[in-house]
Design a protein around this ligand. Structure first.
Ligand SMILES: [Zn+2]
Length: 446
């Protein structure tokens, strides 16, 4: 048996990580040469995909690829994104972020987990199956966006192209969940979480205007004070909490693996919803975010000078809308809470939570979890609601079953390295990820 280091998935990932394909919200500031190079690497590493499949390049450097199956009545879409977030200085990195060096059985570098690792699991599986002469039972589409990290237009464009061709996917699989080790206190087994929904991201601006004037003769209750009071009120009055069904399902599935006192409590999660919700809210910011819409005051703006009172003050709010709320619910709550007619609430971007994809008695979900049980037999499998946003949210417009799962083992440290430093993936884990994707494709039903 060759060691996992020698698997071609590892050298493919190294070649891809070495290309700094960093996206930027301003298209003029994107290093297009890097993206050109990344597409060259994909062509070199995956000749059969490029020769035998129908490859459409769109939105600059995004790819939409069709692999014709024996049938096209239940097409599936596998997604990954080609871009990565920038590296701030070299701060914190033990090994060069674009070096793709192997240390202790792991490939180190930006994008190894987010999301070039997943890209490699998909491409290696497809290339390998093509080499074996395999024909999938259903059409398989590969959608590789180039601007996920900056919420760019390539995923919506892929959706438009699919719609134009009359493709209504049976299911869509994107990044999101993982085989997470150490995710839940007291649970020793890894938990393979498959995202069935994601919170919405809504951006709002609070604005107050007034006389301003000279700082030596300040009037009371100016714009700055109004904004400060509004932020304080919002923090003091969070949105009502509620547990989504998928979260209750997760807690119920974890129950048998918990220490005794918690085990019996969690196994009755459904009946104990109110008590569990309170417990999550008290358990810290991460569990609390599972149980409600969160509002974070982020950008602040006021006076430009020390001796000038602001005539206009504003605060940006980044809101993560729970699947149990709507954007309208949130705005109503904000207006009631701020309770100040002189503070206007402007919606900059109204991102609603995604619909919840089915997971009970659902063949598409069972196909995904069945392959998990085979390749990751030690893992507990469960649906969950994602806190972060993915490109797959755009696909809910054409598909009812959108799942978010990377077939990669990730420790807590590895999950924390995403968008941070020392991002890394295990060589063996990458090889297992390829095996998982291959199994999924082999098992598509007729
Ligand atoms: Zn990502």
């Amino acid at each position: 048996m060759a060691s996992p280091h020698q698997h071609r998935a590892v050298s493919s990932l190294q070649a891809l990580v070495q290309v700094p394909s960093v996206s930027h919200p301003d298209p003029a500031l994107v290093d297009t040469a890097a993206f050109d190079q990344l597409l060259d690497v994909l062509r070199e590493r995956y000749p059969l995909i490029h020769e035998r499949l129908e490859v459409t390049r769109h939105s600059g450097h995004a790819l939409l690829i069709r692999w014709a199956g024996s049938s096209s009545d239940r097409p599936v879409v596998l997604m990954a994104h080609l871009d990565v977030v920038p590296v701030e200085g070299q701060g914190g990195w033990t090994h060069p972020p674009f070096g793709a060096e192997i240390h202790d059985g792991m490939v180190h570098g930006r994008g190894t987990l987010d999301d070039k690792g997943q890209l490699v699991t998909i491409c290696e599986a497809v290339e390998g199956l093509l080499a074996d002469g395999f024909v999938p039972a259903q059409d398989v589409w590969l959608s590789f966006g180039c601007d996920e990290e900056v919420s760019g237009g390539s995923a919506p464009e892929a959706v438009r192209l699919l719609r134009e061709r009359g493709v209504r996917p049976w299911f869509v699989l994107d990044e999101g969940g993982a085989v997470a080790h150490g995710a839940f206190p007291g649970v020793r087994a890894p938990v393979a979480v498959v995202g069935v929904a994601e919170k919405g991201t809504t951006d709002v601006r609070l604005v107050a205007q007034g006389r301003g004037g000279h700082a030596s003769t300040p009037a009371r209750r100016g714009p700055t004070w109004r904004i400060a009071r509004a932020i304080q009120r919002i923090e003091a009055h969070p949105m009502p909490a509620s547990l989504p069904d998928a979260t209750v399902e997760l807690l119920t599935r974890l129950a048998p693996h918990l220490p005794a006192p918690l085990r019996s409590l969690m196994s009755r999660a459904d009946r104990l919803r109110p008590a569990l919700t309170r417990a999550l809210l008290a358990a810290g910011p991460e569990p609390a975010a599972m149980a409600r819409t969160t509002v974070a005051a982020t950008t602040l703006r006021g006076s430009p000078a020390h001796n000038v009172i602001a005539t206009r003050a504003e605060a940006g709010l980044n809101i993560r809308v729970a699947v149990t709320d709507t954007v309208e619910d949130v705005l109503t709550h904000l207006r009631r809470t701020v309770k100040d007619p002189e503070v206007s609430i402007e919606v900059l971007d109204a991102g609603a939570p995604s619909p919840v994809s089915p997971y009970l008695d659902e063949p598409a979900f069972d196909l995904i979890t069945g392959a998990v049980e085979e390749v990751f037999p030690d893992a507990i499998v469960s649906p969950y609601v994602m806190m972060a946003a993915t490109d797959s949210r755009h696909f809910t417009a054409i598909c009812d079953r959108v799942y978010r799962f990377a077939p990669l083992r990730m420790t807590k440290e590895q999950r924390e390295s995403i968008h941070s430093y020392d991002e890394r993936v295990g060589c063996q884990d990458l090889v297992d990820g390829v095996a998982w994707t291959r199994l999924l494709l082999e098992r598509l039903p007729r």
